[in-house]
Design a protein. Sequence first.
Lengths: 497, 325
Amino acid sequence: MNQDILTIQNVSKHFPGVRALSDVTFSIKKGEVHVLVGENGAGKSTLIKIICGIYRSDEGTILLDGSRYAPKTPKEAMDAGIRVVYQEFNLLSYLSVAENIFFDRLPRKGIIVDRKKLYTDTLEVLKRVGLDVDPWSPVELLGVAQMQLLEIAKAISSKCKLLILDEPTATLSPSEISRLFDIIRTEKASGLTVIYISHHLNEIYDIGDRVTVLRNGSFVGAKDVGEIEIPQIISMMVGRQMDSEYPFMESPKPTESPLLEVKNLRILKGKHDISFTLRRGEILGVAGLVGSGRTETMRAIFGADKREGGSILLEGKELDIKSPKDAVRQGICLLTEDRKSQGLILEMPLYANISLSAIDKFAHSGLIDKRAEYGAAERLSGELDIKTPSVSQLARNLSGGNQQKVVLAKWILREARVLIFDEPTRGIDVGAKYEIYLLLWRLLSEGKGILIVSSDLNELMGICHRIVVFSGGGVSGEILRADFEQERILKYAYRVS
Amino acid sequence: MMDTKKIAYFLLNEAGIGIILVLLCVLFSYFVPAFASMNNISNIFTQISINTVIAVGMTFVILLGGIDLSVGSVLALCSILAGLTITNKSLPVPLAIFLAVSVSIAAGIACGLFNGCVCERWNIHSFVVTLGMLNMARGAALQVSNSRTIFSFPKSFNVVGTYSIFGSLPVIFIMAVALVLIGHFVLKKTVFGRMIYAIGNNEEAVRLSGHNTKHYKIAAFAICGACVGVAAILYMLRLNIASPILGNGFELSAIAAVVIGGTSMNGGKGSMIGTLIGAAIIGVLNNGLLLLGMSDFARQIVTGAIIVIAVILDTYRAKLSLILS
């Protein structure tokens, strides 16, 4: 089996109370792009962490190029030629691009850094990944896509035979994604092996050679990409048959009268007046590239960021929103893109997270009625089917989909009327996504209105009644469900209005 | 099974630091017989009272991820203002005492409000703002008092400071413990306390849930100031003087008590009972080592080392309790 670069044999890993990996066996061929898929909690990250020396397996062996491989530290894994690009970047933002790439091996003349060589070496590496930035510019000035490429540059510039990419496309635009794929193909041609983790199943066909599916810590199957189709992959991932990825129902129908009206809103850096309406019982999609002003607009409506002008009307009544507190009081709430740092208090139990916004409901002259609070949390946890042993569990211990449900429970308890979701299903696996879509429909039947910002056009087209498209800080188009077409949305998104 | 787990969890989280305190007491009683005498225990109680009261306020601030370096100087300022009030001969004694206590607490709150408001209005770290307040309050205390010590308080005031119940429970210690219990209650049972923990863990999430986090943070500094005001009165009760130079370094003992008690400097994690035990550990160490005949300097080295060791132990405790949870 000379052609296998990495062989994983009967690997198991336990954490207290959890079996993260059980008896996983598969292999990675030299020079292939191997896609690893599975729901959150399927064991992908644990496996990666074992390969790159952060965790050690309890049982089983790993062979690297035919010889036994058991890294004790990330350094050992790196020395063996294994590099990982994580979703969260590991860049030193105040240092230059060049220093970041060659951080651990700066070229020297005596004891002084050889700046000339550093410069030329960096240029060469940057050219390899097609990144056009000044080697001396500080990393904090780069955009997300550029940082992603820089991470890859850093990885492949050193001795690297196996590159692990963890959801590399999560924050990239379509054109940036295709550039990333070009780079992967070029590097593959020169002998690099890639393990590619993604929740975007259609990417498998663009870049992958083989795909391995994990579920609940176990190996489900590995197939050549040509032999398998998306529905098959999904049912392997969730362990049951699913009719469609997106539920869309004929009822309830949106009402005629508007619920939320945004009129001539101006956000700080935008030049345009932004206007749109959301009706009761409607899911309105908000599309646009990263930086098109869509997230900024939502944050401005919610009062999280300042706005320069314009009015926001709820059921015809003008609202004075200066802070999130004002918005929440009026029943407008925002589920931020970044659940962990903005939506949840990870180190606190679920019940405290669920009651966070509506805590006054359980307060009698400043004292918390713990029993009522706990009871309400348990009720919501049951209604939303949050999978947890109890609502005393810390939010940290939940999977992404369940964490999103906790945030949702918080706003349901607060009796929100308008729910703004920013990337509601980012980083959430297929099965949990579906449950969240169903919850949206339940909210609609209670007469609420929903705004959804998403970079995933399939998702928007799958679940929305209507889509407004943002471009260059303004609204560049509006499309009804009957006219949904990916090209049409993209045309508006790229329009410089 | 579940129960042993629960007990282990409790020992690690709530009682862990208490075990160290008990161990220290046992060790000292064994090596220095005088340590366990009624008289000495009563002494320790008296010695830790003031630090405990300041540490109660400090716990609120540190739970929010802040710090208050000004407590020592503010204590001096509070004591001077209270001292000037209480020695005012034109006031009848009971009124003078009442006013002195009020003035001390009000001055503490005012300084705390200043700290909190400046931090929040301009988004400056409390380290810097309270460092400024440390100098301002000290200067103000010296200015107002003409750098003189104030004494000869009314007899009825002084007598409280030396009064003990059952012969060994000093009144000022009872006051300190009462304040700890109030603080514990506020943190564990009230909306305010919940918000303190929540903001200490993730301020942005709390803000985006529709709360004004700045108000809570300012309030925590005001509470810290109020505690300092109370501590100033306890100081005067105990030593029967008010001086513009007292309270030097008190901020460090208070911070040490909070940190030894298991409160995280990053905020969001910790307890008031822990703070009381932390203050007791410092007090017991100081007292015990003195009885052992250790020099001032050597004691300082040991106390400093204990702070570092406590924090190191805390990292292990966190890991262990994560495994058990």
